[in-house]
Design a protein around this ligand. Sequence first.
Ligand code: PLP
Length: 392
Amino acid sequence: MLQTIPGFDRIGEENAFAVLARATELAADGRDIINLGIGQPDFRTPDHIVEAAIKALRDGHHGYTPATGIAPLREAVAADLHKRHDVDVNPGNVLIVPGGKVTMFMAILMFGEPGTEILYPDPGFPIYRSMIEFAGATPVPVPIREENDFAFSAEETLSLITDRTRLLILNSPANPTGGVTPRSEIETLVAGLENHPQVAVMSDEIYSQMTYDGMEHVSLLQFASLRDRLILLDGWSKTYAMTGWRMGFAVWPDALVDKVRKLAVNAWSCVNAPAQFAGLAALTGPQTAVHDMVNEFDTRRKVIVEGLNAIEGISCKTPLGAFYAYPNIKNTGWQAKALASALLEETGVAIIGGPDFGILGEGYVRLSYANSTLNIKKALERVNLFLQENKK
Ligand code: PLP
């Protein structure tokens, strides 16, 4: 018998990929599938970004790059963060990684071991808990509540910190809820964290450019008292519709940047060279495509929230960020995962059950509105009909 480390008995995954696989299978059988399951923009990467990658290939950028990323890209990331968040970042602290996910992987590996605790949002991106368990640390869920508009509560978060806490994971704008935590709450949290200098913070800001109704995104980078223990996770996937390129960036504090560079050298050497040139074009080129995409998401957001609230038994708060609606389905009488599965099999509408995002997810489902308005309306008609015909 091959014996692997115990972490492999605990590691999880993302059910969104399983739902995508099943939806693809049903579509291949000729079924009319509307996919509101997967968390990726339904737009193409803007042409000038694609052209930059093609040019890089033609120009002969075929070899390894520095493990931390090409210098102009790291400088462009620092300039972008300065422009968006009004913060000074040393390009030497920037790490280019193959996808935003890699930053959480490395941060959790760096701080997680048996006997330690890592705080993470629940409901939240499923990989947080999976990786914490893989590392052998104790996952401590920070409840994200509907009555708090799916913002995290500073007070509750701080109350969960113990002397075993090594890392706190934050995510705003959030997956799966679309919640955005307001500045006042973040300020309270940061002030409280000054009493816990042993706790590192990983702020997952992958949806940083997707907020609505004038809601401000507050980057944790803006707080000087955290800078020596803050890991920023961001990237190109969502903002520039580049999920398949595998391009992310992180800012690591001085004390950790060389450790993480070594981890990168051990794991992947460097990120795909032409993709880095694409990333550079994305940051330095016109941002119109980003604004157009966010405006389109905003239109769909209103359609999906209105449509969901018109269905008996469903109530949906208006999400202020990302591209997800996270309605409460408790009054339908359905269990969330059973409903998601029945909707896919019976009506061809793919959504994700809340429990796939954490123990507090029962009673909710996630719908991604990265699909056309027409498809969203069609999907909601099917959901409505299904619930009328299948009362619990
Ligand atoms: N963080 C959150 C909250 C996400 O929702 C996702 C993707 O869905 C990621 C990180 C990972 O992004 P990437 O595709 O760049 O690895």
